[in-house]
Design a protein around this ligand. Structure first.
Ligand code: SF4
Length: 334
């Protein structure tokens, strides 16, 4: 658990459980598996390993954050009273936003090896914290409905549900998603985009987002879809307009760490340009530890290593990037 977070697009991370199983190429150098908490606690990865449930203080931390939900855009200061808040003299856009709580950074909330009792407890915390925005990211969006169904029917040892079942059913069955939940899926390449985005779009959500990180190849994102225009004279539908497809935000970044794979900044630029063309907010997080420029002659006669790691090993200092990549936007959600 962390009251603050080093991840640029959230204000806090909430790891109510730790441990996972690798499911795709993005998982090869899984940060969570080698993170300090995982190593010091001896947490094992894989289907046969038990997931580690957090202590109560960590599990229930959002209940505390919920009492001070507003975060200064400039300095990260928390308050529950923005009407009487100080005028911050820091840099950045002015104003306050609801605390963005990312979960999980050390696992996957739809991992079906997490006991359903634990998932139900976690979702109950989400339900009890309406002042926060929970950013729930998964590589398993196809499991949403089955996991929610399991949560809805789960009963504790006394035969009681641990969460308001109507809240679960409203979300999963009646298309009434909780207003404080953003649902995201990770897509690192074309195959994962083709597999996971259609599953994400089935999930009722106030905000849906994509995390294209670590970006491992070019991806064409379905940010819009064609809508037939009805022809009143002929009753024909022979013209189409491009309309939003239900994706509200895109995060993109290259891989970091000692075993990072190269990220072609042309892939990052292409995703950023797709978002701009579709009017979808985009957050370029980092260019990764090995950013390359495709098609520019480098020492080996092919791709060139981009020189932008002066102050940041993951090339996360946007002032070192080409100017057109400096986009760090958020969706319009209170
Ligand atoms: S889904 Fe996430 S936490 Fe799980 S193995 Fe993959 S990268 Fe690691």
């Amino acid at each position: 658990m962390s009251d603050t977070s080093a991840i640029e697009w959230c204000d806090a991370t909430w790891n109510w459980v730790m441990g996972c199983t690798k499911v795709s190429p993005a998982c090869v150098n899984c940060y969570a598996e080698v993170s300090t908490p995982s190593r010091t606690m001896g947490i094992e990865w894989g289907d046969q390993a038990e997931r580690r449930v957090a202590r109560n203080a960590t599990f229930n931390a959002p209940l505390k954050w919920n009492k001070k939900p507003w975060v200064c855009d400039r300095c990260g200061w928390f308050t529950n009273d923005i009407d009487n808040a100080h005028v911050c003299i820091g840099t950045g856009p002015g104003g306050f936003h609801r605390r963005r709580v990312f979960s999980l950074s050390l696992g996957d909330w739809l991992d079906n090896k997490i006991p359903v009792s634990v998932l139900a407890r976690a979702l109950n915390i989400v339900r009890l914290c309406p002042n926060l925005n929970f950013l729930l990211l998964t590589k398993r969006p196809q499991l949403f409905f089955s996991r929610m169904s399991n949560v809805a029917i789960y009963r504790d040892i006394a035969g009681k549900p641990v969460i308001d079942v109507d809240w679960v059913n409203a979300w999963a069955c009646r298309n009434e998603p909780p207003p404080n939940v953003w649902i995201g899926t990770s897509v690192e390449d074309k195959q994962r985009a083709d597999e996971r985005i259609p599953e994400l779009l089935k999930i009722p959500a106030k905000v849906r987002f994509l995390s294209c990180e670590p970006l491992l190849g070019p991806i064409r994102l379905p940010l819009t879809k064609p809508k037939p225009l009805y022809d009143a004279e002929y009753g024909d539908q022979h013209e189409y307009a491009e309309v939003p497809n239900g994706i509200d935000w895109v995060i993109v970044g290259g891989e970091s760490g000692p075993k990072a794979r190269p990220c072609n900044i042309g892939w990052v630029r292409d995703i950023k340009n797709q978002c701009k063309a579709a009017s979808v907010p985009v957050f370029v997080k980092q260019l990764g530890s090995i950013p390359i420029i495709f098609g520019v002659d480098g020492p080996d006669g092919c791709d060139k290593l981009m020189v932008c790691r002066v102050s940041h090993t993951k090339c996360g200092n946007s002032s070192e990037w080409p100017e057109d990549l400096r986009a760090q936007e958020f969706p319009n959600a209170a």
